[in-house]
Design a binder for this molecule. Sequence first.
Ligand SMILES: Nc1ncnc2c1ncn2[C@@H]1O[C@H](COP(=O)(O)OP(=O)(O)OP(=O)(O)O)[C@@H](O)[C@H]1O
Ligand SMILES: [Mg+2]
Length: 358
Amino acid sequence: MENPFKFGSVVEAQYFTDRRQERDYLLQILQSPNHAVLISPRRFGKSSLVQETLRTVRRPRISLNLQAVTSTTRLAEALLRRVFALYPYEKVRHYFSHFRLIPTFSVNPVTGTTEVSFHPDADSQIALEDVFDLLEKLGKNKRLIVILDEFQEILKIDRNLDRILRSIMQEQQNINYVLMGSQEDMMKKIFERKKSPFYHFGALIRLDKIPYEDFFRYLSDRFGKLPQVPDAAAVSDEILRITSCHPYYTQQLAFQTWYVALSGSDGDPVGLAAEQLVRMHDFDYERLWDGMNMTNRAVLMQLATSKSSPLGKRSQPTSTVFSALKRLIAAGIVIKLDSYEIDDPFFARWIRETLNSD
Ligand SMILES: Nc1ncnc2c1ncn2[C@@H]1O[C@H](COP(=O)(O)OP(=O)(O)OP(=O)(O)O)[C@@H](O)[C@H]1O
Ligand SMILES: [Mg+2]
């Protein structure tokens, strides 16, 4: 029987669970002249949510991850490249007569993809304005959906890019933007600070972990089909206890548990699977740990071994602990939901085991 769990890439359809409310809300935004801002820590399912929501929407869309963009001009080029992936050159060529700066196009004869580049001395703001103007025109018949992932990168790509983008976007009528990001601090800075050009630009959707009941149903439905797992409910509960419902790690542990159960090993399949995952990443965890200063290590040890916050219940956080937590969050190692926690439950387990081995 095929392993029914999937982790690492975007999931939809039978791999996707719940998020009903978020999907309905996002759909409503996209069916109105509004924009959505999607925030969650890494691998909580932002891309999957957008993809699953759009599965039934027949509208053109352009998707770009800003992490791979290094300058304003590159941003303009990357967006144009996506236009050519969506429409044949012949269909859009007449729009270029309105461009103030004409880019160079070349078609790769093997892949058929169109390469685009602006002159190195081109005024990047003009190039960007022209491209966004083209997007606006393309959205005239059917409103275009433009998805920009890791949107907080605009603060690093170029000075004033936030201002420039905002002034372009606010004039547009034919585009719904979905702006996603996993650096919560920076996303908040962009969308929740009054002084920021993007203040209250769109409806904010914060993705949480998947509710226990939904994930439990999802897991037990699947494990129930495996004769090697006599108690699907117990197995599902144990998985969720270990991963505390983190979407990615739950799918990963479920996948591994299925594999262990099928291979007919004796013992508790979930415990064995978790152990295997810790071992599999042993090298990465060790390297990560080696590269950390003592404050980071102390904070992580405390998070790994106790349920209480390393900031203390009543006492004021020391500034050292606070800045260590900030660094760890920026690196995606710690996440802050109701309290601070280590993102990867297998790393937390590795830390506990390492501590106990002395
Ligand atoms: N609704 C869901 N149901 C089941 N599993 C999910 C769901 N959403 C996410 N996952 C799991 O989490 C993984 C990561 O999802 P996804 O890539 O959509 O997250 P992301 O927030 O876009 O991540 P990144 O920050 O890396 O871009 C998926 O591969 C899948 O295993
Ligand atoms: Mg993503």
